[in-house]
Design a protein around this ligand. Sequence first.
Ligand code: DSN
Length: 394
Amino acid sequence: MTSKVFEFIDREKARQDKNVELIASENFVSENVMRAVGSCLTNKYSEGYPVVRESGNKGRYYGGCEIVNELEEYCCFLWKRVFDTDYHVNVQPHSGSSANLGAYMSVLKLGDTILAMDLNNGGHLTHGSAVNFSGKLFDMKFYNVNAQGYIDMEDVRRRALEYRPKLILAGASAYSRIIDFAAFSAIAKEVGAYFMVDMAHIAGLVAAGDHPSPFGLADIITTTTHKTLRGARGGMIFCRPELAKKVDSAVFPGTQGGPLQHVIAGKAVCAEEALTPEYKEYIHQVVKNCKAMCDEFLRMGYDVVTGGTDNHLFLLDLTATGLTGKAVQDELDKHGITLNKNCVPNETRSPQQTSGVRIGTAAMTTKGWKEADFVRVAGKIDSIIQEMRRSAGA
Ligand code: DSN
């Protein structure tokens, strides 16, 4: 028996094969990751944890878990090696949002104060947006970026001293510069706050040594596994060993039921791949490609937030073109170029329109693109934008 669903999958596969994919949070996984995620492991229930380990957890609540126990332990072992850390790791969060919820619930009480970067300045929905659980359950305060778009560490410290948060969060979805985890950590220590890092976007760069590591500085680190890490879609939480019990309990039974063992298998394959020299080369190329493309936009006279990039993404500020991020996103879609509209610092338009677009190089680097390919597509994007301006009479 066949299914109509495979028609959708085939069409989506064709779209992914054909389009230029510049969404900074997307990537293309390996066949092995696909095989793991599409495996019989999806049939298995395994609430609980593999063994009584440092967290003091009581094991599984189901029989037949002997193989998935080994799998989950193997996955945890690999991820500690990827980040060369003795932190505890929980590989069960279903997503980055679940990981952040678990992290907050492990050390905070409802209503506690969190200091984070807000969505409009490059933060994430789960970093305190009013429409998200984070903004509804916690007392959210935000630090700012400066006029150039850099995180303003003076502002972080001033607000930390003023608000005395229980937790300070560093990490972003749309920030193109190195984040100074050491400076954040010092501020957190000064005010007696937990220091949490959401490294979802830059985790691959941390693994490859292209971004300073938060390990040793942060108390809790969350990540997704499908962005620059190029693995199965999901989340993970790392923490100092003394927080292991709190974190494990916050994930299960605190915020999730049965873990997705097929996804944990995909995360383990991803970790095996991240340990190879080829993966590190890939990440180095992602960063080189990003800089080359960003430099080309600067050369063509575009406004780039912060004037450049240190990582896998950058933000074009389209204010001077008179075009919205949404209009540019929609027009590029018609030409087979996929990216997303994005707010720019001190945004004046709504999140549905925006004054900017976010561009990332992780996915097309997986397809083998080098600097010249990204420079060429920057020229194509420019010609489409210029045509839009002519049509609009700008
Ligand atoms: N929504 C993701 C992104 O595009 O950055 C983050 O989870």
